[in-house]
Design a protein around this ligand. Structure first.
Ligand SMILES: [Zn+2]
Length: 81
């Protein structure tokens, strides 16, 4: 078994998943897959995934093309969905 990770999050009373997210955030990595995060808490792939998930959940119609995830996707024009 791998030795336990001892750091500032070890003693927190939160789930293992949450600790993973906090560690990833601290190291500037994606909180879902651990790849280096472009900016914020997620890599581009998961930035887009969470954006689309939220659109669906809240039934949003508009696309704010100046938003980080669109800019990084290079989809600043021709979005016809
Ligand atoms: Zn990711």
């Amino acid at each position: 078994m791998r030795p336990a990770i001892i750091d500032e999050f070890t003693k927190l009373k939160v789930s293992r998943q949450r600790k993973y997210q906090l560690r990833m955030q601290r190291d500037k990595r994606c909180t879902e897959c651990g790849q280096p995060a472009v900016r914020g808490a997620r890599c581009l792939k998961h930035l887009v995934q969470s954006r689309e998930r939220q659109r669906k959940k809240f039934g949003l119609k508009r696309r704010y093309l100046a938003t980080l995830s669109y800019v990084l996707e290079g989809k600043t024009s021709n979005v016809n969905q």
